[in-house]
Design a protein around this ligand. Structure first.
Ligand SMILES: C[S@@+](CC[C@H](N)C(=O)[O-])C[C@H]1O[C@@H](n2cnc3c(N)ncnc32)[C@H](O)[C@@H]1O
Length: 263
């Protein structure tokens, strides 16, 4: 590992993915839409920031080959995916990784916002894709996240990062359970002006454990940058790329697809 990669390490993620496994498929499908898992059939796919490898498992059922990269959890992903002969797990910093080959699809879900410099990270993802290939990104949006920025980011910087992780897990359960009464009363009504209306609607579609993981993920993250729409649009400002898709997901995140022009 290079010195820069060692500095970029965030050990919080190892705790998270060692203790929580995510088996939800529909959420991943919605995060990568309008792209589909089926469209990766026969492709070479690079997954940047694979965590415990739960999405890698889904991709591997379609793609010909998957290279999954993580700086902090490659050991967990390797163990979880040992049965897949078409998966290779690598330890690398996705902001600087550089492979001998280019990939049909580069996919990066829930990671860009946690890197030191999201723009530099995306520039590197663009470097990894073949002419004609695509880069699929899902990341937190600045828009729609005022409450998270104020209610989570300040406490996280001030004291949450110093708390033992099991205590953060308890706090996450406590917050999760408090959201349920809202999700099944006010948020059932057509009151779309309520904050996090669509996001809390999703609460009813997910298991309590998955909702808790969503909360834990936010409190546990060592660093987060919320991405403005204009910033996500600028990721396509490269003469070799076009912005194929940009849409909001449940009002709190962006789904972005960049397409590399054919040579
Ligand atoms: C929120 S988790 C997302 C994991 C997975 N993509 C998912 O959606 O469940 C963020 C992951 O990105 C990894 N990560 C963060 N910064 C990274 C970097 N610079 N290089 C490689 N991996 C990184 C973390 O180790 C962590 O596993």
């Amino acid at each position: 590992m290079t010195e820069a990669a060692a500095q970029a390490r965030q050990d919080e993620w190892h705790y998270q993915w060692a203790n929580y496994r995510d088996k939800t498929e529909f959420l991943f499908r919605e995060w990568i839409a309008p792209n589909t898992l089926e469209s990766m059939k026969g492709e070479s796919v690079l997954e940047a920031g694979c965590g415990g490898g739960h999405h890698t498992r889904l991709i591997a059922q379609y793609a010909a080959r998957v290279t999954a990269v993580d700086l902090n959890t490659d050991d967990l992903a390797r163990e979880a995916l040992a049965e897949f002969k078409n998966v290779e797990i690598r330890n690398a910093d996705i902001a600087t990784m550089n492979f001998d080959e280019l990939f049909d699809t580069v996919i990066c879900v829930g990671v860009v916002q946690h890197t030191d410099d999201p723009d530099a990270t995306v520039a590197n993802l663009r470097r990894c894709v073949k002419p004609g290939g695509r880069v699929i990104i899902w990341c937190y949006s600045h828009e729609g996240n005022a409450l998270a920025r104020w209610l989570i980011e300040f406490p996280r910087k001030l004291f949450l990062r110093f708390l033992p992780r099991p205590l953060i897990a308890l706090l996450s359960w406590w917050i999760t359970l408090w959201v349920y009464p809202l999700a099944y009363t006010w948020y059932l009504l057509p009151l779309k002006f309520l904050p996090y209306y669509e996001y809390i609607g999703n609460w009813r579609r997910l298991s309590a454990r998955r909702n808790m993981l969503n909360v834990f993920d936010k409190l546990n993250a060592p660093q987060t940058q919320f991405i403005r729409r204009a910033r996500a649009e600028a990721w396509a400002r490269d003469p070799d790329f076009t912005l194929e898709h940009l849409s909001a997901y449940v009002g709190v995140s962006w789904r972005v697809t960049l397409r590399r022009k054919k040579a």
